[in-house]
Write a protein that binds this ligand. Structure first.
Ligand code: CP
Length: 322
């Protein structure tokens, strides 16, 4: 799910130490590998258990705030919370006082009196961090312009279900160095795989994030050549070129056209390479129909795993699984 990158730094507005407060889920880089693995293990357990679980979140309520559209994130959080025995309240900026200028900080303080966790989808990471700084309950990142960590939990889960441990593997990202690409970079560091990003000039992931990843020992390779990125990769990933709530942009379209995932590009990948896309997709733009609807595509397993992965995150942030 793409959204326009408006800020070059992932560091701006980030609080440095939240260790003593609620268990927020803001970005993958905030966690060590063992903790992320713990959440994925919980998620896999819930998936194996099916819809009938022990209802570990009975009596808990999750607020979902959407300042941007959603299908998968909204439905998977709502259904997941209910399957765990909890309740949800859904708000948007349009139907709450947020749209009339009430501050994020006051919203955080008020909602913390009513609910047990808050998920926010917004176009400004600074709002997410403001929410987390002022909430006394866990805050979950449901997408900002800078990252989409819930998506990556589902993506790592999906890769591993299809191809085994992701550690040591190579994943190729082709297209816009957007919020999802940024979370792939953080995932590569935390889950120990090589990430090759093929992006055009002007749409590369931010230098400071790449520098952080390399400084952590991450295997991040940048190129402007999609074929070079895909060469031998076990997974090829892309995302829409149309930023959420933005109009189609002919300049971006021209820049990104060489990065479309085609059958020819998939042929350059490993013989058993899978194709992933967080959806929604635009067939004929970032991916050909023959790829996304073909045998290598796992995009609907990936979408399903949003439900399971988020159940792992929900249980973890609310302390229902330790
Ligand atoms: N992938 C994703 O976040 O989908 P939605 O925008 O539909 O939530």
């Amino acid at each position: 799910m793409s959204t326009t990158l408006r800020r070059p730094s992932t560091e701006q507005g980030r609080s440095s130490d939240r260790t003593a407060g609620p268990r927020h889920f803001l970005d993958l880089r905030d966690f060590d590998t063992a903790t992320l693995r713990q959440m994925l293990d919980i998620a896999s357990g819930f998936k194996r258990a099916g819809r009938v679980t022990s209802r570990p979140l009975a009596g808990k309520t999750l607020a979902l705030i959407f300042e941007k559209p959603s299908t998968r994130t909204r439905v998977s959080f709502e259904v997941g919370m209910r399957q765990l025995g909890g309740e949800v309240v859904v708000l948007s900026d349009k139907d709450s006082q947020l749209g009339r200028g009430e501050s994020i900080a006051d919203t955080a303080r008020v909602l913390s009196r009513y609910v047990d966790a808050i998920m926010l989808r917004t176009d400004r990471a600074s709002k997410l961090h403001d929410l987390a700084d002022n909430a006394t309950v866990p805050v979950i990142n449901g997408l900002t312009e800078a990252s989409h960590p819930c998506q990556l939990m589902a993506d790592v889960m999906t890769f591993e279900e299809h191809r085994g441990p992701i550690a040591g593997q190579t994943v190729a990202w082709c297209g816009d160095g957007n919020n999802v690409a940024r979370s792939w970079i953080e995932a590569a560091v935390r889950f120990d795989f090589t990430l090759r990003l093929a992006t055009p000039d002007g749409l590369r992931p931010p230098d400071d994030l790449v520098a952080w990843a390399l400084g952590q020992g991450g295997r991040i390779e940048l190129t402007d050549d999609a074929m070079q990125a895909a060469d031998g990769a076990r997974c090829v990933v892309t995302d829409t070129w149309i930023s959420m709530a933005d109009e189609p942009d002919p300049v971006r379209h021209t820049l990104l056209a060489p990065y479309r995932v085609t059958n020819r590009l998939m042929e350059a990948a490993a013989p058993d390479a899978i194709f992933m896309h967080c959806l929604p997709a635009h067939r004929g733009e970032e991916v050909d129909a023959g790829v996304i609807d073909g045998p290598r595509s796992v995009v609907f397993d990936e979408a399903e795993n949003r439900l399971h992965a988020q159940k792992g995150v929900l249980a973890w942030v609310m302390g229902a699984a330790r």
